[in-house]
Design a protein. Structure first.
Lengths: 137, 137
DNA sequence: ACAAACCCTATAGATTTAGTAGATTAATAA
DNA sequence: TTATTAATCTACTAAATCTATAGGGTTTGT
């Protein structure tokens, strides 16, 4: 299941991507428009900033803005920052790999093989979907 | 992320599917072979039985066995019983649908549209993979 | 100076996960 | 019939994660 953090984060990014100019948008503005708790959104946008997706401007007239063009932000990047691994099991993850305690041999594991398929398909979607694609309504 | 419950459940089902005859297999046997905590596996197999996947026999020589041929058990069924919804968001789920609190219009929601794509792909894999397919090593 | 707005850390409540304990029931074999 | 084996069932708990919220601090524009 997708966490609210990820869901809200994507919604906020979409909101920013729809902006015509690159002017900073205040958290409160996004919060009201998307029905997201202000303080929660604050922490979400902060992590997006720390991970190089967003820039920010402090003080009056400040807010958050995209650092790149929406078409240059693939959903793989967004998902990994907000949700973590794209794979359903760590032993199949490309960026967050971890060995399973119980499996003596990964290649012999039925779950492993199945989840590789799922990961490949999901990854394919996220790789080929940019933030710009999400705005096309 | 896939829960251990689901992971262990699938492993246990695969173990049973690999059995040549339809004789019941004791929980302890599966538990040892697959390195799964006995008591935890107990509850997992119980839910699989209650959901019509497994049959059981008590007493000596008892245990669990598959009620159908492995090729007649699609992974969609298994996943829904063990893991719940296949979708990443409830507003996109076929079998566990729930409206989002924050979304006034689903069709306008970028997350919704993206997650429909992911669901369709994942669903496709699970529909076209049976327990029998998992045994082919 | 002052207000707007982001920055940062901590924490609390709710929920889920992963597993445990222990008594009970049913089937089999001797 | 009795002992043994193995599933059944209820209830509980410890740990982790999620979903926020609190409460300041800092920066900026006017």
């Amino acid at each position: 299941m997708l966490s609210k953090k990820t869901k809200y984060g994507i919604k906020a990014l979409t909101y920013l991507a729809k902006q015509e100019n690159k002017n900073p948008v205040a958290i409160a503005t996004i919060s009201k428009s998307e029905n997201i708790s202000l303080k929660f959104l604050e922490t979400i946008l902060l992590t997006l900033r720390k991970n190089g997706i967003l820039g920010s401007k402090k003080g009056k007239g400040g807010g958050y803005y995209l650092l790149k063009s929406p078409s240059d932000i693939p959903m793989t990047t967004v998902m990994r920052i907000l949700e973590g691994p794209i794979s359903m099991v760590p032993c199949v993850s490309l960026n967050f790999y971890e060995k399973c305690d119980d499996c003596p041999d990964e290649n012999a594991c039925s779950v492993h093989r199945l989840m590789i398929k799922v990961r490949d398909n999901t990854l394919d979607i996220f790789r080929n979907t940019s933030l710009a694609d999400l705005c096309k309504c």
